[in-house]
Each structure stands twice: as structure tokens, then as C-alpha cells.
Design a protein around this ligand. Sequence first.
Ligand SMILES: Nc1ncnc2c1ncn2[C@@H]1O[C@H](COP(=O)(O)OP(=O)(O)OP(=O)(O)O)[C@@H](O)[C@H]1O
Ligand SMILES: [Mg+2]
Length: 454
Amino acid sequence: MNILFSKTLFPNILGITVVLLLSGWLMTKADGNWIFILAIILVEFLVISIIFMQFYNKYTRPLRKASKAVNEMIKGNYAARFYNGNSEEMEELSKNINKLARNMSEITIQEQMHAEQLTSIIDNMKNGLALIDEKGYVHLVNRGFVEMFHGNEKQYRGHLYYDVFENEAMHEVVQNTFLYEKPVKNQFKNKRGLAKNYMEVIAAPIFNERNFVKGAVLVIYDITELKRLEKMRKDFVANVSHELRTPITSIRGFAETLKEKQHDEKAAEEFIEIIYKESHRLQLLIEDLLELSRLEREGFQLERQNFDVKQMVDAVVPSLRKKAEKKDLNLTVSIPSDVTVYADAGKLQQVIINLVDNAINYTPSGGSVNLTMIEDGNRVHFTVKDTGIGMEKKAIPRVFERFYRVDKDRSRNTGGTGLGLAIVKHIVEVHQGEITLESDINKGTTVHVYIPKD
Ligand SMILES: Nc1ncnc2c1ncn2[C@@H]1O[C@H](COP(=O)(O)OP(=O)(O)OP(=O)(O)O)[C@@H](O)[C@H]1O
Ligand SMILES: [Mg+2]
């Protein structure tokens, strides 16, 4: 009943009532005059029609428009808008519909952004990713996956995993994930052309809200680098053990002979000398190993300071000269004065000693060794050149590896541990410098070291 007295209906009802009352009263006055009665009915009809038309224009037509706008929104067109200020109610309705459209449009944009972000994360992650449903169909493979294996995304999507995944290890992890309903891991070799990569695949089940497995997600990592490092570590341990065993066996052998006391004085002296030399070698080896591990330790800090390069080199020349003279080698040193660098002086001395030491060790008597330094832009360029035995071209890239020696026996005889150049390279690299080596068999070797001045 209240509705009849609402702002919307009441004026119209009032209008119609007034018209009806007025026409009723006029009809009582008509006194049977049919023409007059007809005229009253006609006027009555016109007035009521006008009232209804007004009502229609004010309410029904805008409602149709509003309904059209809502229909557009249902179709996904959130740009649709509806304006009507004919009445307070319509104005509010239009405001609310437009607000709803704006909100929906914002939500859709956000959703699109999230979806795009997710796709771009999935596609740009370096690891491979695949999604498999409970029936074994592949739903998604990312770019990383396609790059790791081969072909294109279409080749995988919509196919059964065991038809499109070539590797048995991948089949196994998928099967075990579905079987045990928990994450499963496996490693395998992946051949791509000539290259062979080591992969690790981790598969995890995906559960629905009722805790039933509805699929599995596979993440594939390329662990080739990790495997290489693992192999390097194993090789290193094997090499260290081997290097330690040789002097220890020798020391023990000679010590046992001495203990048996079946030898003359001269032989005993010889044995003691060997034991001394071998223990010295052991000490050098351990010192070098410690030095390498110090350099490789995370957070290793150089003790940088400004110093004069000539002074730094001059401090180590006398002992090197002595060694060269002993071998009848001509050592020349040419370092300009007043060149200052900001670096670790102690470590650079180690570089110079190691390089000149090598040049002396691997140059036969009568030859010469040259140590020079020049300024090269904002770097200093050291050159250590000898006229020694040199080495084959194929050995050059390997001499910086730990324990690598071109001629094992010869190097051992000089007391070498095979770690010198590895340490040198490390020191140069932590200084952000560069080291190169040129060599010709029986002609000599030249090592270039570049160190930034600051
Ligand atoms: N100037 C050179 N001329 C010829 N061969 C060289 C020269 N410098 C290095 N080599 C070769 O490179 C190898 C590696 O050198 P590196 O200095 O690392 O080890 P090392 O001299 O054997 O032992 P140490 O650890 O005592 O230096 C040497 O064993 C040698 O065969
Ligand atoms: Mg050396």
C-alpha cells in the first residue's frame, strides 16, 4: 500500500483520480447529452494517455536502456555506460551501473595483468616447467622446457606425456608421483645434438579441494655446471691425495732404510737430503693449497694500498737474481719509476715471483729471462719473457689448471707443485686483471699480466 504513496506513483495516481472525479462530475452535468459525454471521455482518454506516456518516458524507457547496458557488460564489454537524469531513481541507477562497469573493468585489467605476469614468469624462468593432468595429458610446457628439449610447444600440449617426453627418467618420475602422491626427483642425461647436458627433474602432485590428485607439475633444472663443479672437486681431491702420496712414500721409504742401519755414512747423508727435499716439497704443496683456498674463499679481501711498482718489484729481484745466476741465466729487469697502483702489493709480488720462477725453471742454462713493465692506459702491463723450452700450443690453455704440468717429471724435479699458475691466475682475476700466455716449443714463453691501476 505504501508504494501507492511513493514519490514516483503518487502524482500520477493523484492526476488520474482528479481526471476521473472531474469527468464523473461533468458527466452528471451532461444531462444525457451524448456528444458532451463522448467529448468528456475523449478528453479523459487523452489526459490519462499523456500521464501514462510521461510515466513511460520517465521510467520504462530508461529501464530498457539500463538493461541494454547490463547486457553489454554480461557480454564482457565494460566500456558500456548508461546516463539518465530524468528522475532521482534513474540517476542513482545509472550511477551505480556505471560504477559497476568501472569496477568490473578494473578487476578485468588486474586479472589480465596477473595472468600476463604469471605467463611471463613461467616463460622467462630458466628452468623447464610442464603441467600434466590426471589422465597424463600435457597441459602446459614453458619456453625453458622447449629450449631444453626440442621442437615447439604445440608438439607437447594436448598429448600424452609418454608419447612426447623422450626420456625414460621423466616417465618414471611422473608415474611415481601419481603412484606415491608425493614429490619425486630424478636425474638424467639429455642429448641435444652433440651437447650432452645433465638434468634434474622434480615432479610434485597437484591436489584438488577433495584431496584427489588432479595432475602433476614438473620442474626441470640444468645441472651440467653443478656436475662439472662436482667432478672438478672430486678430481681435485684425487690430485691432492696423489701429490701428497708421492713425497710421503719417498720420505717413509728412506726413513725405513735409515732405520735398518745397513748403509754407509755417505748414503745416509744422501737419504737425509732426499727426506729434507721431499718434506720441503710437502710444505710448499700445503702452503700453495692453503693459498688457493684462501683466494677462493667467499668474501676474500685484497689488502689494497697505493704503492710504487718499481719498489715493489725491486724488493723481490735480489732473490730471483740469485736463483738465475745459479743456473747461469741472464735476468734483466726494466721497470719505470714513479708508477703507482692501488692494489695488493704482497699478492702482486707473489705473481712476479711465480712467473719469473717458472721462466728460470723452464729455461736451460745460458738462456735469458726478461721482466718488464709498461703503462697501458689505466692498467700496468707486466711481461715475463724467457728463451726456454716453451710448450706445445695445446698445453697453453691448460697450464692455469691446478696440478697441470706439461712435463710431469721435469716439473717435479724443479720442486714444482703445479699450482703456481693457478694461484697467479686467481690473484690476477681478483684484481680484475687479465693474464695471457704465448709459447713456442724450444723458443721460449712470454706471459702478459694486466692489472688496473686503481
Ligand atoms: N715459462 C715456462 N716455460 C715452459 N713451461 C712452463 C713455463 N711456465 C709454466 N710452464 C709449464 O706449466 C706448468 C704449470 O706451471 P705452474 O707454475 O702452475 O706449476 P709448476 O711450475 O710445475 O709448479 P709450482 O706450483 O711450483 O709453480 C709447468 O709444470 C710447466 O710445465
Ligand atoms: Mg711454477
